[in-house]
Each structure stands twice: as C-alpha cells, then as structure tokens.
Design a protein around this ligand. Structure first.
Ligand code: FAD
Length: 305
C-alpha cells in the first residue's frame, strides 16, 4: 500500500496538525519500541476521527486503532498503512445513573479517579493499569479480581463511514483478556455499571491496589505489562520465576526481577530482542512443564530486514 501525497494532503485537511508521516511507533508505545508507521493520525476530536477513519477505509489503507499503546509490541520494521489514535478524540467522561460513561480515549486512571470522587465501586483492582478505556474494553483488562468486562452496560461502536451502534453488554461475549466485538468496530464510548459505596472506601481500595502493584510489579519501567496469559489454573509469572528465569536477558530486554511475567526494555532494546527473549522463555516453559504459553500482548508490524 503506497501512501501518496494526495492521501497525506486529504488527511491533513480532515485532521489539521494531527498527521505525521513516518512516525516512530516507539513514541507511542509503553515499551518505547517500534519502527515507523507510514502515517500516524491523532485527531483532535470525535468528528475528525470519524472522518479520517472513513477516508482511510474508502482508500483501502490498512489501519490500526491505537489507544495508549500499552498492550502492543511494534516490530522494528514499522507498520504498513495508518495508525489512528483515539486518545485526543473520545475524551468525554461523566457520571450516569447506573455508573459512568467514558470515551474510548480516556485514560483508565481518570476513570478510577472519578469512581473515587463519586463513590462508585467495582473497578478498584484496575488501578495502575496504564491503558485507555477503548484498549481496556478490547483486551478485557483486569486485575485483582476486577475486570472491565464484568462492568459493561453498553458499548458504543462504529464501523468507519457508518453510524454508531449501541451494543448492550448482554450481546458482548467477554473472555479472559478478550472482548468479542464486531470485526473492525471502533469503540467510541463505554457505559459502565457500577455499585455505590462510600467514596473514602473506594479511594482506600484504589490506594491499596496501587501499593500492592508498586511492591510486586516494575511500575514506571518500559514494558507492556504481563507478556503471557495465565494458563488455566496457573500463573505464567510464577512458572517463569520457578524456572529461575528472572533476570534472563537478550540485549536491552530482560525478564523483570520483581515480576517474572513482565519483560522490560531497560537498556534501549529492540523489538527483535524482546521477541527473542519471549521465545526463550516460552521454549523453557514448554520443555519443563509441557505448557505452551500464549501471548497476552499483541505483536504488530514488520520485522526489520
Ligand atoms: C505497567 C503495565 C501494567 C499493566 N497491567 C495490566 C493489568 O494489570 N491487567 C491488564 O489487563 N492489562 C495490564 N496492562 C496492559 C494494558 O495496559 C491493558 O491491556 C490496557 O487496557 C490496554 O489499553 P491501551 O489503550 O494501551 O490499548 P492499546 O495497546 O493501544 O491497544 C490494545 C488493543 O485494543 C485495540 N483498541 C484500542 N483502542 C480501541 C478502540 N477505541 N476501538 C477498538 N479497538 C481499540 C487496539 O487496536 C489493540 O488491538 C499493563 C500494561 C503495563 C505497561
């Protein structure tokens, strides 16, 4: 797919000052890794986002929707086509009768703050997860027993160029770290069903979660959180730890000493090094336990040639 000047000009007209050619994805992922995408667009509002999404679809440009880039590993050869980022476009957040509603680009931390202020309980376990609401819904983010999928009331989505569709939670299958939405659907708004509780209790539980994570996870480091899904009935991190793999390193990528489920990019690593480390860990776990670990993160893009 060739992104020519006409496409760039059209995009710049639809989303002024929001279009960057050959943009390094390393700037937009929590791993701090990834080669350039042909065109990165970060529209400033919902209207511009929808116009850009419709235009890209019409032109047949392969397009990846990005939230805060905290669950992806982008390869060094970069991404073909367009990356369309939601974080400036869908930013509304409000209390509702049954809980709250938030645009897909809103940071989860902001949702947690509003929950504490309004006395809304059910998501405290998600404190510290650095993603956006859209990314959290897509990946059914969760921790310490809470998942966003359990709290969905409705999800508003659209297909590029089409009108919005409101999907009730009852029609949305949620699985471990995966929510099944119609193929190609972009999440714009999420309505959550939450319970009421004294604000100070909600805030205390949120703080407790954060403290537990500060003690047990390498927060503030370059990573994408847990690399592998937990196998049924087990913990991927614990298995990796028990095999003595903490500290295993390939170049700038290392298995965290604090939480063996995390791989860190702590010395200016590359996506290739992270992938090589992933494969070493997987092989060791398979050899020793017979269990094939499945990735929790999404690996996208081309390998460097
Ligand atoms: C330090 C750290 C800790 C973490 N801890 C946890 C944890 O405890 N539990 C957990 O579940 N995860 C955890 N994660 C992973 C990650 O933060 C979550 O999966 C998060 O919800 C992803 O949100 P995002 O906006 O970054 O999504 P992205 O990485 O930007 O995207 C993830 C997927 O969602 C899709 N997507 C994003 N926005 C939309 C949209 N609007 N419409 C349609 N599709 C969309 C993308 O195309 C992609 O397929 C952690 C990550 C880090 C770095």
């Amino acid at each position: 797919m060739q992104i020519d000047q006409r496409i760039i000009d059209e995009l710049s007209g639809l989303a002024p000052e929001a279009v960057r050619e050959d943009e390094p994805m390393a700037k937009h992922t929590s791993f701090g890794l990834g080669g350039p995408v042909d065109v990165f667009v970060e529209p400033a509002d919902a209207g511009a986002f929808r116009d850009v999404a419709a235009f890209l679809a019409d032109e047949g440009v392969p397009t990846m929707i990005l939230g805060r880039g905290t669950n992806v590993l982008v390869r060094s050869g970069g991404v073909e086509g367009a990356v369309l980022c939601s974080t400036n476009a869908f930013t509304e957040i409000a209390r509702t009768e049954e809980g709250l509603e938030a645009g897909s680009g809103v940071a989860l931390s902001k949702v947690l703050t509003l929950c504490s202020e309004e006395g809304l309980t059910g998501l405290e376990g998600l404190a510290g997860i650095p993603g956006s609401v859209g990314g959290a819904v897509k990946t059914n983010a969760g921790s310490f027993g809470d998942t966003i999928g359990d709290r969905l009331a409705e999800v508003v989505t659209f297909q590029p160029g089409k009108n919005s569709v409101v999907i009730p939670a009852e029609e949305i299958p949620v699985e471990y770290r995966r929510t099944i939405l119609p193929e190609g659907a972009v999440v714009s708004l999420v309505r959550l069903r939450l319970d009421e509780a004294p604000p100070e209790d909600v805030e205390r539980r949120r703080q407790e979660t954060l403290e537990k994570k500060w003690r047990s996870q390498p927060t503030g480091m370059r990573s994408a959180g847990c690399i592998f899904r937990n196998p049924p009935g087990g913990s991927a991190g614990r298995m990796i730890d028990e095999l003595g793999l903490k500290g295993t390193r390939v170049g700038g990528a290392v298995v965290s000493d604090l939480h063996a489920g995390f791989i860190l990019n702590d010395r200016g690593g590359t996506a290739d090094e992270v992938e090589e480390l992933i494969s070493i860990v997987r092989s060791r776990v398979l050899e020793e336990t017979g269990i094939e670990l499945v990735l929790e993160i999404e690996v996208v893009g081309r390998r460097a040639h």
